[in-house]
Write a protein that binds this ligand. Structure first.
Ligand code: FCB
Length: 431
C-alpha cells in the first residue's frame, strides 16, 4: 500500500478520482503575504509595534512573471492575487500610477503565460491613512474603499475579468473586531456585529462598483468555511457554543447573501440594499474544522490519531465536503470554486496527502450535487503567514531561498502537475 499510515489511509481515496476536463486548477495568494515590504499599511505598523512578525516578502513583486511561467509549466491556469491598497493609494485620494501599472503588468503577464488572473481588492490589510480614519467601522469611510475598488477595476479590467471585493470577510470581522487578534485589535461584540453588517454592505456596493466598469466582469465572493463542531457531542454547553458561533458566522452570512436581509441577535433585521445577487460565484476556502471544547475553540478531529499540520490543526476533509454541500443548498443558483485549500508543513508527503484527501472530498461533494467548478491551492510560493511570519507554516507548492529569492518547485508541485495533466488522482501515485 503506497500510504501506510492508518490515519491517512482512512482519508485518502482508495479508487482513482476523475476530474472533468474543464475543471479549473489554480493557486491563490495575497498581495501583502507575497510582496511584503515597507508599505504604508496597518500590518507594517503592527510589526513595528512588535505585535506581529515583520514581513520581508517572498519576492513576488519583482518576480511575478517568473512565478507565472513556472506555474503555467505545472499546468496551473488560474492565479488569485490581490492588490495592496496602500501601494496604489498611499495617501488618501493620491493614486500611484506606477503601482497601478505594476499590477496591470502582472495581470498582462499572467494572461501571456496562459493564466487567468483573479483579482481580490481586500485581503486583511488597510493603508495607514484608512486605518487612522477608523477603517470600515466608520460608515462614512466606505466611499474611500469603493473609489479605490472602481479605480483598480478600471485600470485592470482590460487584463483581468475576474474580481473579488474582499477575502474572508467574516474571518476579518472575527479576528480583527471580535477576538482582537489582528489590526485594529478590537475585541467587542457590538463592533463585530456592526462590522458584520458593514462587510455585507461592502460586498453589495463593491459588486456594483466593479460592474459599473464593465457588466461582463465576474465578481466572486470568498469566505472560509470553519466547520464548527462540539468536541464532545454529548456536552450541551459545547453544542450550544458551536451552534451559536455557527448561527452568526455561517448562518448570518448565508441568509444575508441569499435574501439580502441581515439578522443579528438583539438587533432589528435590516435589508442591505443590493446585497441579494451581489456575487456571480461563491469562493469557498477551507482548511480544517473548529472544535468547541471545555477550553474554547480548538482543532476538531473525529479520531485521536488524525494527522496534524505545523499550525496544530487536524486534517479533516469531511468538513470541506459537508461545507460545500451546505453552501450549495443555501445558495442553489451559485456555482462554487474552492478558492483556497492547503496546509502548513515542511513535509511534502504530508502536503500531497492533504491535497489528495481534500480534492477527493471536493469530488464527493460534486457527486452529491454541489456545482464545484475548480480548486485553487493556497499557495504558490511560500509566504508570510500572518502571526506565524516566515516559519515552518509553509503553504507553498514552490519554495524559495530567503537570501536570493530563487524559487524551486517542491515535490507537491510536481505531483499536482501530474494530476492536472492526467485529469485524475491515482491512489498509486500518492506517497
Ligand atoms: C486563509 C487566509 C490566507 C492564509 C491562509 C492560510 O484563511 O485567507 O491569507 O493565511 O488562511
Amino acid at each position: 500500500m503506497p500510504h501506510s499510515d492508518a490515519a491517512w489511509a482512512s482519508l485518502l481515496p482508495a479508487e482513482p478520482i476523475e476530474l472533468a476536463p474543464d475543471f479549473l486548477w489554480g493557486v491563490a495568494s495575497s498581495a501583502f503575504q507575497a510582496e511584503g515590504g515597507d508599505v504604508p499599511n496597518d500590518w507594517v505598523d503592527a510589526a513595528r509595534g512588535g505585535r506581529v512578525p515583520p514581513n520581508p516578502g517572498n519576492g513576488f513583486w519583482e518576480r511575478a512573471e517568473e512565478d507565472f511561467a513556472r506555474l503555467a509549466a505545472l499546468g496551473l491556469r488560474h492565479y488569485r492575487l490581490s492588490v495592496e491598497w496602500s501601494r496604489v493609494e498611499p495617501e488618501r485620494g493620491c493614486f500611484d500610477q506606477a503601482a497601478l501599472d505594476r499590477y496591470r503588468g502582472m495581470c498582462d503577464a499572467a494572461g501571456g503565460a496562459g493564466i487567468t488572473p483573479w483579482v481580490n481588492l481586500f485581503h486583511f490589510t488597510h493603508p495607514r491613512w484608512f486605518a487612522a480614519r477608523g477603517g470600515f467601522l466608520e460608515r462614512a469611510n466606505h466611499a474611500d474603499f469603493l473609489r479605490y475598488v472602481e479605480t483598480v477595476a478600471r485600470a485592470l479590467a482590460p487584463y483581468a475579468r475576474h474580481f473579488h471585493v474582499q477575502n474572508e470577510s467574516m474571518v476579518y470581522v472575527l479576528s480583527s473586531y471580535l477576538l482582537g487578534q489582528n489590526p485594529p485589535f478590537v475585541a467587542s461584540r457590538e463592533a463585530a456585529f456592526d462590522m458584520t453588517r458593514h462587510v455585507l454592505a461592502l460586498q453589495a456596493d463593491g459588486y456594483r462598483a466593479i460592474k459599473s466598469v464593465d457588466s461582463g466582469l465576474v465578481v466572486a465572493g470568498i469566505e472560509v468555511y470553519l466547520d464548527p463542531r462540539p468536541l464532545d457531542p454529548g456536552d450541551a454547553l459545547q453544542c450550544m457554543a458551536a451552534e451559536s458561533f455557527d448561527a452568526w458566522y455561517h448562518g448570518t452570512l448565508l441568509e444575508a447573501l441569499g435574501t439580502g436581509w441581515i439578522r443579528l441577535p438583539g438587533r432589528e433585521p435590516e435589508e442591505i440594499p443590493h446585497l441579494r445577487g451581489a456575487l456571480d460565484l461563491y469562493g469557498f476556502n477551507y482548511y480544517s474544522s473548529v472544535a468547541f471544547g471545555p477550553d474554547g475553540p480548538g482543532s476538531f478531529a473525529d479520531r485521536p490519531d488524525a494527522p496534524l499540520d505545523t499550525m496544530g490543526r487536524h486534517v479533516f476533509p469531511r468538513g470541506l465536503e459537508e461545507g460545500l454541500l451546505r453552501v450549495s443548498r443555501a445558495l442553489p443558483t451559485l456555482p462554487l470554486v474552492v478558492t483556497e485549500n492547503g496546509c502548513p508543513t515542511t513535509d511534502e508527503t504530508f502536503r500531497i496527502r492533504y491535497v489528495a484527501a481534500h480534492v477527493a472530498a471536493l469530488s464527493r461533494a460534486r457527486a452529491r450535487g454541489a456545482d464545484v467548478r475548480g480548486y485553487f491551492h493556497w499557495t504558490a510560493v511560500d509566504n508570510y503567514e500572518w502571526h506565524h511570519g516566515f516559519s515552518d507554516a509553509r503553504f507553498g507548492l514552490i519554495g524559495f531561498d530567503p537570501a536570493t529569492k530563487e524559487r524551486e518547485v517542491k515535490a507537491s508541485g510536481h505531483w499536482l502537475a501530474g494530476v492536472i495533466a492526467s485529469g485524475r488522482i491515482d491512489p498509486a501515485q500518492i506517497p
